[in-house]
Design a protein around this ligand. Structure first.
Ligand code: SAH
Length: 343
């Protein structure tokens, strides 16, 4: 698919089919402006017929708007698979939360994205597609970018789709493309330790966010199957390595689940292994997922939890919850394909 290609690769493609150089630029421009093939006005029909099988065919099939202004987009790919992407408006601009896989195979007990397992990985161009389509929906184009920040926190485990995600990061931050600064991109992982080491070597300027959600391995194993593979201390070692290599502060996510990870003892345990390096803890009250029996905590409780963490010298804040009423908040994204097609 042409959206998997960087600027040079597109030019090689057009050269190969015998087109003049400016055609490559036009196609590249159209892809990054989120245009469908029909919408391109400066390319003749005969040429469209030649590239039709390679030109991306993703599209927005539905859009939900939350009370707080957050929007959730249902995006469909050429093979009929769908993912959800979320647009959040902040004071400093627009953030898009992209999905990296259709479904997920990590099996976290509190998350909706993994309920039906993994259907397939998204290609680099399909991850990019979510951003160019939403940018266009906002009235933007390649030259007029409305989106300032990107978070890889939608459905899927980004480091379980490593090569495509790395290629996507190259595409999205390229000065030839949408030119989004790597400093404005966050990648969230449930903690695939081997891949964190690999990512550190890529020397990117992105922010690494790790889903911790527990203060000891026993508790983590109960809610996150990946904890059977890697211990918290192994994750911490990998994070320190990432920090040494990149100089980027590490963010940890800690979703508060009632009677699971919200005790005083959890705070003490967290203090033990978090002290001593540059990090920040994002505390998120669990968002409801109908199929899961786990219960969340009140925001007030979360604020108290953060106060306690701070008393112990940890850097922590409660993450704002956005889009919960449209099932667009953390952990609520899914690929209920049939549902959207029937509505
Ligand atoms: N697979 C990646 C990114 C996707 S989820 C990861 O695990 O980090 C983005 C964040 O939302 C993760 O921290 C995830 O653990 C969290 N999350 C999942 N389900 C949630 C829920 N029901 N309520 C609050 N946060 C949740």
């Amino acid at each position: 698919m042409l959206s998997d290609f960087n600027f040079n690769e597109i030019n090689l493609y057009t050269k190969k089919i015998g087109l003049p150089l400016f055609r490559g630029e036009q196609i590249f421009d159209a892809i990054y402006s989120g245009k469908s093939l029909e919408e391109i006005s400066n390319i003749p029909k005969a040429l469209k017929d030649i590239i039709i099988n390679d030109y991306p065919k993703y599209k927005i099939i539905k859009k939900y708007t939350s009370k707080d202004g957050t929007q959730k987009f249902i995006i469909e790919f050429a093979d009929g698979n769908i993912v959800e992407s979320v647009l959040m408006k902040y004071r400093y601009g627009y953030t898009v939360c992209v999905s990296t896989q259709v479904g997920c195979r990590m099996g976290c007990k509190f998350c909706a994205s993994t309920l039906n397992g993994l259907s397939r990985n998204l290609s680099a161009g399909e991850i990019l597609g979510q951003i160019v389509l939403i940018n266009r929906d906002l009235g933007g184009s390649k030259k007029d970018r409305k989106i300032t920040n990107v978070v890889l926190m939608g459905s899927g485990e980004p480091l379980d789709n490593y090569e495509n995600v790395i290629k996507f990061l190259e595409l999205i931050s390229s000065s030839k493309g949408l030119n989004i600064s790597q400093r404005n991109i966050s990648l969230s992982t449930c903690g695939l330790v081997d891949k964190i080491y690999k990512l550190a070597e890529e020397k990117l300027n992105i922010t690494l966010t790790v889903s911790l959600h527990a203060s000891c391995d026993e508790k983590r194993k109960k809610i996150m199957p990946i904890a059977n593979q890697y211990s918290i201390s192994e994750i911490m070692e990998a994070c320190k390595f990432y920090y040494q290599k990149t100089g980027r502060k590490i963010y940890f996510e800690y979703t508060l689940i009632k009677d699971v990870n919200d005790s005083k003892e959890d705070i003490i345990n967290l203090t033990k292994f978090l002290k001593g390096f540059l990090f920040h803890l994002n505390i998120i009250p669990l968002n409801e997922v109908k199929e899961r029996k786990l219960e969340g905590v009140s925001r007030l409780f979360a604020y108290h939890f953060v106060d306690e963490l701070k008393k112990h010298g940890l850097s922590a804040t409660v993450r704002r919850t956005m889009g919960e009423d449209i099932e667009g908040a953390c952990g609520q994204l899914r690929n209920k394909m049939l549902k959207y097609k029937e509505e």
